[in-house]
Design a protein around this ligand. Structure first.
Ligand SMILES: NC(=O)C1=CN([C@@H]2O[C@H](COP(=O)(O)OP(=O)(O)OC[C@H]3O[C@@H](n4cnc5c(N)ncnc54)[C@H](OP(=O)(O)O)[C@@H]3O)[C@@H](O)[C@H]2O)C=CC1
Ligand SMILES: O=C(O)C1=N[C@H](C(=O)O)C[C@H](O)C1
Length: 264
């Protein structure tokens, strides 16, 4: 049995992850981390059935010292995720990080600590297999189509922009295509931001609208042609096979893996 703790259990992703772990016969949900008083047990929170007698902690350090989980799945906020990951890595708990918003410097530091401590850690900007394939295919296509723009579209409660998926997609594309300026060499924005954010010259456009879940298009333009890769998550269940896969995989790792494409 893998002893799993989850951060952010009342959240959109957290609720799905709680049910997923509770229903997995090889995993035990041993604790959850919240930041609001919701009772001593998860079952006291209206989102969960009375049978979910899982202890709730308000502080990760106490959770780790009293429960000692094998794995901590973080589905909280970009503001907290780095601190949580460091706390886990320094206390022999393997982090599975779904929360986005890591800076490159933070990722590098976590990677070093994981390696030094020979501890598995997975940082997955997207747990959905289709999104992982979209990123891989985008990197393949960029070798042939150097002109590319990313449009990511999410629900309007999302805290970070661009999405972790768009950021990772741009990083993977940047690894295979020579950096260059796209569009007209002297183009100007008459309205600031019109050309989107830029990662190594790759424009990223972020759309936030109610009704959306998580969607991304990667558009490649060539002479007389347009090639578009698109992925849509219509619900959070789409991420759960990736969460289960990551919890299993992290037990055998001895370093940090950034992106599920590296272990699929
Ligand atoms: N990797 C992937 O495939 C996916 C990643 N995500 C990412 O996961 C994260 C969560 O997304 P989502 O579930 O939609 O967001 P939600 O806002 O629905 O959930 C976040 C939850 O975390 C709680 N929370 C906030 N701070 C803390 C803290 N310090 N300790 C414990 N709990 C805390 C929030 O409580 P309260 O609301 O009361 O503040 C809320 O219940 C985001 O970063 C998102 O980008 C999302 C989908 C897929
Ligand atoms: O906030 C979300 O919803 C999502 N966040 C992740 C991201 O930033 O890429 C993954 C997915 O897009 C859903």
């Amino acid at each position: 049995m893998i002893r799993v703790a989850i951060g952010g259990p009342r959240g959109k992703m957290g609720q799905e992850a709680v049910h997923t772990v509770m229903n997995n016969e090889n995993m035990e949900l041993v604790a959850v981390l919240d930041h609001k008083e919701i009772g001593d047990l998860l079952s006291e929170s209206p989102e969960f059935p009375a049978s979910y007698d899982v202890p709730v902690f308000l502080d990760l350090e106490s959770l780790i010292s009293s429960i000692k989980p094998d794995v901590f799945v973080d589905l909280t906020t970009p503001h907290q995720v780095f601190e949580h990951t460091m706390m886990c890595l320094q206390n022999a708990v393997r982090p599975v990080i779904g929360t986005t918003g890591f800076s490159e410097a933070q990722l590098e530091l976590c990677s070093k600590i994981a390696k030094d401590n020979e501890l598995g850690c997975i940082v997955a900007p997207n747990f959905a297999i289709g999104a992982v394939l979209m990123m891989k295919f985008a990197a393949m296509a960029a070798a042939y189509f150097p002109d590319v723009e990313i449009i990511e579209m999410h629900h309007d409660q999302k805290l970070d922009a661009p999405s972790g998926t768009a950021y990772k997609t741009a990083q993977m594309i940047a690894e295979v295509r020579p950096s260059h300026k796209q569009g007209h060499p002297t183009e100007e924005e008459t309205l600031p931001g019109a050309r989107g954010a830029s990662y190594d010259g790759i424009p990223i456009h972020s759309v936030r609208l109610p009704g959306l879940v998580a969607h991304q298009q990667v558009m490649f333009g060539g002479e007389g042609q347009l090639f578009t890769l698109r992925h849509d998550s219509f619900n959070r269940q789409s991420f759960m096979s990736g969460v289960t896969f990551s919890i299993n995989q992290v037990m055998d790792l001895k370093e940090l893996v950034y992106g599920l494409e590296n272990i699929l």
